[in-house]
Write a protein that binds this ligand. Structure first.
Ligand code: ZN
Length: 131
């Protein structure tokens, strides 16, 4: 039996765009930058970059009422910041999250729910910041 989730996992990524006017890195990619530059096909191209790797945990929350399609009883969502200032939310793989801890953001396919097969961040511990 072919596992379609694994097939799709080989070419998924989460991307941000660089505004060609002000240089801000924007995620999620908006239609209009806060400087007023419109992202359209007629304007200057917006460079896209994959966003993943080392990041810092800013905050987290535990979800205990998951929507249909999820088999887990709960999940922990974390908001992280990458070194380029991009902030994102992902599934936090930690039993004892601590604000400021260093994490590694990997892009994996969502395994359930409305966004099945879409990319999501899985945030894994690298080392803890002592407090
Ligand atoms: Zn801009």
């Amino acid at each position: 039996m072919i596992d379609t989730v694994d097939e799709r996992a080989t070419d998924i990524s989460i991307r941000a765009a660089v505004c060609p006017v002000c240089g801000r890195i924007l995620y999620p990619i908006p239609l209009v930058c806060s400087c007023g530059q419109v992202h359209d096909l007629d304007g200057p191209p917006w460079e896209e970059r994959e966003i993943a790797g080392p990041c810092t945990l800013l905050t987290w929350t535990r979800l205990k009422a998951l929507p249909d399609g999820f088999t887990e009883n709960e999940m922990i969502l974390g908001m992280v910041e990458f070194s380029n200032g991009v902030r994102a939310i992902g599934l936090l793989d930690s039993e004892s999250p601590k604000l400021g801890m260093e994490l590694e953001a990997e892009v994996q396919p969502c395994n359930a729910g409305e966004y099945r097969h879409g990319p999501r961040y899985v945030l894994k511990e690298t080392s803890c910041v002592s407090s």
